[in-house]
Write a protein that binds this ligand. Structure first.
Ligand code: ITT
Length: 204
């Protein structure tokens, strides 16, 4: 993979993601700047997969900023819901004006799971992530996938992390991502899994 250089745009408008991606990238000695800080627009996510959406977000940020850009598309995939909300994870939180409420999204997930499998106390789910890195102008993009498996719990617990974290317990732990130490989440998350693959490609 081509070198990244020493400055990278993190092509996200989500503050939780920005924090987590910066924590993964900055130890490499690469400085980061968020899409919002650069005043970049939020592209419409018209792809049919995490990888397609990550690609389009990274490509647009790289072309508009003239810098390499890293984007993340991610979401919660629930077995009983055949992988939903998946790429629509953010949309499940939005009201008619586009304002996000994560309690509303988690409540919908739990209600739909109960409707499908009322007796299941520990519904299986995973977080999926695609990280895409794009270089400006030449159309080159690389994409890496990651995931972390776990179960859903109700009611949600903890106020760390973001999004669906308070209802997700990763395999091997008893606490939710909303309760666990953020350092631990950073080391086992779907984002960390994809980032490890990116690092391997970078060092090859
Ligand atoms: P950008 O597109 O600007 O990056 P977004 O929030 O719209 O921000 P996505 O379209 O990828 O990002 O939506 C993914 C949603 O899935 C996100 O808003 C979270 O609620 C949820 N999600 C992804 N990773 C998560 C994590 O580590 N913990 C909890 N929820 C997560």
């Amino acid at each position: 993979m081509r070198p990244i250089g020493d400055r990278l745009v993190i092509a996200t408008h989500n503050a939780g993601k920005l924090r987590e991606i910066a924590a993964l990238v900055e130890p490499l000695g690469i400085s980061t700047v968020g899409a919002e800080e650069l005043g970049l627009p939020e592209p419409e996510e018209i792809g049919n997969s995490f990888a397609d959406n990550a690609d389009l977000k990274a490509r647009e940020a790289a072309d508009l900023s003239g810098l390499p850009a890293l984007a993340d598309d991610s979401g919660l995939c629930v077995d009983a819901l055949h992988g939903r909300p998946g790429i629509f994870s953010a949309r499940w939180a939005e009201d008619s004006e586009g304002k996000r409420d994560w309690m509303r999204a988690m409540d919908r997930v739990w209600r739909e799971v109960q409707a499908e499998e009322p007796d299941e106390e520990a519904p299986a789910a995973y977080f999926a992530c695609a990280l895409a890195i794009a270089w400006p102008n030449d159309g080159q993009t690389e994409t890496f996938d990651g995931r972390v498996d776990g179960i859903l719990v109700w009611p949600p617990r903890g106020d760390r992390g973001f999004g669906y974290d308070p209802m997700f317990v990763p395999v091997g732990y008893d606490e939710t991502f909303g309760e666990l130490d953020p350092e631990l989440k950073h080391s086992i998350s779907h984002r960390a899994d994809a980032f490890r693959k990116l690092l391997t490609a970078l060092n090859e």
